[in-house]
Design a binder for this molecule. Sequence first.
Ligand code: SF4
Length: 104
Amino acid sequence: MSQNINEKYEHDRAARKTFKLRIIYNKKGCIAAGHCVLSDPYDFTLDEEFKADLKESKEGEGAQKGVFFKDIETTEPHLVMNAARTCTPKVIAVMDLETGKRIA
Ligand code: SF4
């Protein structure tokens, strides 16, 4: 039986595995509720309009203007995964760069 994705990441986190993740944040859809900052204050902060900013990220160009990208290495993947899951308009996505799959 295959592990579900939560069990897999919890198991590997307990083993102190370092994950390489990409955070993708579409600021245009942010409704300024702030859940992401509570879940992951290492990667998110709020701007003067209480919209989220993805710290130390790069903004896309052209059609991707307003979309921000950041690659991280972390032993605590649940922080940013929770940020993505608790974002009401679902404007945060997390990719595992080793598998190429979206995990939140
Ligand atoms: S949780 Fe989503 S909607 Fe709320 S501040 Fe963060 S990005 Fe914006």
